[in-house]
Design a protein around this ligand. Sequence first.
Ligand SMILES: Cc1ncc(COP(=O)(O)O)c(C=O)c1O
Length: 395
Amino acid sequence: MSNWQELEHKYFMSTVERIPVTLVRGQGARVWDENGREYLDFVGGWAVNSLGHCHPVVAEAVAKQAQTLIQTSNQFYTIPQIRLAELLVQNSCLDKVFFCNSGAEANEGAVKLARRYGKHYLGGAYEVITAMGSFHGRTLAMVAASGQSKFQQPYLPLPVGFINVEYNDIEAIKVATTKETCSVMLEPVQGEGGVNLPDDNYLAAVRAWCDQTGILLILDEIQTGMGRMGTLFAYEQYGIEPDIMTLAKGLASGVPIGAILAKDRASVFTPGEHGSTFGGNPLACAAGYATLKFIIDNDIAGNAKKVGEYLVTKLEGLRQKFQFVTDVRGHGLLVAMEFSSDIAQSVVMDCLDRGLLVNRLKPNALRFIPPLIISKDEVDEALGILDKALSNIVS
Ligand SMILES: Cc1ncc(COP(=O)(O)O)c(C=O)c1O
């Protein structure tokens, strides 16, 4: 057998601290490594495998589409793209869709759309206000949008046009708004930045401010969308509607895809102003349609809500048991556990040894982002392992 990890060091750019496991197969909420060892997966491809690994409806849709039509240029109409766009519009508050290939690309496109809107209706306004602690992707502009200096410092100078303000501070948004502002862009719940929840009324106050000033509200639902928070989209829980929303991650349950959705009035691109070679190709859209249809028809968001509440209750139990667990927070199946010191990596490695994959969110925090089809029994199994790993920290 090849030593895959040695080969990786030889051939691959070192951009991620990998966990020393080579995964070769997945099914449902489980994956297997090259030695046949099984793991319960609470990472879910970083909140991507909404229906778990290789769900039959997704695998069948991809296989069928791969034998029919994989890619055309976007100069031609293709049916999977139109079917997915229709389903997204029918099940959201938005009217128009553009497909791309990733989250960062969706957010880039959303910012371009807001700038275009600024040119048409706001006297050339182009600035976008974003929040500290946010994460919007890895392109240069999205690094500028993401309010985290660790992502920004290595790449200075950054593209202009992004103002990072304190999260959960409506006054900061008001102060930062000028005649150059075309939009505010926020994650409803900050995922990568720490599973940071919005204060009561924060999002409603931002919406009201955007209405008052005429600027657009972009919601980045790349991590929170597709049922993860217990409703199909997170905005539904905050009594607001965005003008523009971005999706990616869970939209096709693992097949790369991104989407920009917009209200009619914000949908101001004209032919030639934006585009993508692969975006919306039939293969990805067939996977997206199969995923979204299954999520809707089987109330997978309801499962995320129910099992997410169960997960939080069980994690709270561990917080009571272990003094060094200082916080449990989250919504649906986007949940974090925080510690009083930087033990997250050793907990991750101990869980790994015991057959559980969990995500180190920060040096002192874990994130639980399993497939949305996860069961209470699987939560019990995972938390049994986590309990043992945490006990090990104590002794
Ligand atoms: C909220 C949010 N926006 C954007 C992105 C970037 O998505 P991608 O890695 O597909 O470019 C992520 C990825 O973690 C994310 O969580």
